[in-house]
Design a protein around this ligand. Structure first.
Ligand SMILES: [Zn+2]
Ligand SMILES: [Zn+2]
Length: 66
């Protein structure tokens, strides 16, 4: 299995530090919003972005935005 080195395979990176994962055990905790990983979380037509694990209930807490 290949783990994305940019986002740790979470599919999301820190918006301020695009080289760091935004979710998962090595997540960047700087407080910036997350953005989809440009290496592995690029939806094609008709597809949806991958959401980070456990990312269901607190969408509007902070962090994620369109
Ligand atoms: Zn950061
Ligand atoms: Zn990635």
């Amino acid at each position: 299995m290949t783990i994305c080195s940019r986002c740790d395979d979470s599919g999301w990176v820190c918006e301020e530090h695009p080289g760091r994962p935004w979710a998962g055990p090595r997540a960047c905790n700087c407080g910036a919003a997350g953005m989809p990983c440009s290496l592995c979380n690029v939806p094609e037509d008709g597809q949806e972005l991958r959401m980070p694990d456990g990312f269901e209930t607190d969408v509007d807490k902070d962090g994620w935005r369109h």
